[in-house]
Design a protein around this ligand. Structure first.
Ligand SMILES: [Zn+2]
Length: 403
């Protein structure tokens, strides 16, 4: 479906309003919906010929300057074609008309708000959406517009207010995004050195969304920085349980905690964690520890087991590197092996790290809000594909709850 079709929604709504107005005793009122040219314009939109539609609406607007719906359609078309200044002029003229009905004014304010958003004039867009809220018109779309503005401005406290209003208005869950706003506020508090306030925001995040991985991750980092090893390990286990694919984000810090604290045996603890929540990042870390403690053969055996059934290129590359010294000195064997390792290394370096589950956007690093579709929490580390019919291994060990 073309984006032009979306334009028909407000146009159709205005047309419906016009028909209803005529049916309510407005018979005989001349308007564009009685003009066949208006429907020709709509047909051009359906046929994805916006330029022809614009020509028709411009002529209609010249013939009858009072018709709001033609100006609304024209303004939207200009904005979608990137001519935001023209769209703003048309919608500003509409809004300034004293004889505009409440409904027409509502549509014009919303369109003008959209124009200002597109032009990056957020303060003006905010005024349009606030006025719509006061008029009790298009409240859901006005709140969504306000939410977008406050997200752009990183005004997380206001994002929380708008999310609550959206929830009251629509009944749709806003827990996951509200939890993210609290996490943003927690990060700001941490930067300002206010750990207590950060902890309060993280508790609120978890009250909003008990599966909020980001809140657990921040709590683990806070526990690490205050040297509370026991809480760090427990929070890491909770993180692995909530989303094992997120382990790479704080894995190296966890290993440091093991090493510094001496609380647990690093090797047996990592093995236990891997059995319960296997992930490629954990396999790489565990390989290094096995290599250090148990030697080359044990590390190779572990990696063979790890990549059996899953196309983990990083695991394969590491296996080949460890296996290299075991090869014979036969020149052709060595050449074939080096070529294989080079191909695997090339493929792995081109492999994306993270992907949005909602829109497919590929990223090199973890973003909590997708830069493309603006969804929260939808970007996740990419996991290797299973080979054959092997399903991902289920957790095999019960892990303790965090304190
Ligand atoms: Zn996305």
């Amino acid at each position: 479906m073309s984006e032009w079709l979306f334009l028909l929604l407000p146009v159709a709504a205005v047309s419906g309003w016009w028909v209803a107005k005529r049916g309510d005793g407005g018979q005989g009122v001349p308007g564009p919906t009685s003009d066949p040219a208006f429907f020709r314009g709509l047909n051009y939109l359906l046929d994805e010929q916006p330029d022809k539609a614009i020509d028709i609406f411009v002529k209609l607007a010249e013939v009858n300057d009072e018709t709001a719906e033609v100006h609304l359609a024209l303004g939207s078309l200009f904005r979608r074609r990137g001519e935001v200044d023209r769209a703003i002029r048309i919608h500003q003229n509409l809004v300034s008309r004293p004889n505009l009905s409440k409904e027409e004014r509502g549509y014009a304010l919303f369109e003008l708000g959209q124009d200002y958003m597109r032009a990056g004039l957020f303060d003006r867009a905010e005024r349009m959406f606030r006025e719509l809220m006061e008029m009790q018109l298009h409240r859901k779309r006005a709140l969504e517009g306000l939410r977008e503005i406050y997200q752009q401005e990183k005004d997380w406290a206001r994002c929380l207010e708008v999310a609550e209003q959206l929830w009251l208005l629509t009944g749709e869950s806003v827990g996951a995004e509200s939890a993210q706003y609290h996490c943003e506020l927690a990060e700001e508090s941490l930067k300002a050195g206010n750990g207590q306030q950060a902890a309060t925001h993280l508790s609120r995040a978890q009250a909003m969304d008990s599966d909020c991985i980001r809140a657990t991750m921040l709590q683990a980092r806070m526990a690490m920085s205050r040297g509370d090893s026991r809480a760090t390990v427990a929070l890491y286990h909770r993180l692995a349980r909530q989303g094992s694919q997120f382990q790479p984000e704080i894995l190296s810090e966890l290993v440091d905690t093991y090493r510094r604290s001496g609380l647990e045996d690093e090797l047996s603890e990592l093995k236990r964690l891997y059995r319960a929540y296997p992930s490629p990042a954990l396999a790489m870390t565990l390989t290094d520890v096995i290599l250090d403690r148990e030697g080359n053969e044990a590390a190779i055996a572990f990696l063979i087991e790890h990549i059996t059934g899953q196309a983990d290129l990083a695991g394969l590359e590491r296996l080949l590197e460890l296996y290299g010294p075991k090869l014979t000195d036969d020149a052709q064997t060595r050449a074939a092996f080096d070529a294989t390792l080079a191909v695997v290394g090339h493929l792995r370096s081109r492999q994306p790290d993270h992907q949005c589950e909602h829109c497919g956007f590929v990223a090199r690093r973890l973003h909590w809000q997708c830069p493309s579709c603006k969804y929260w929490g939808s970007i996740k580390p990419i996991q290797p594909e299973p080979i054959g019919n092997r399903a991902p291994a289920p957790p095999t060990a019960a892990l303790p709850e965090p304190h």
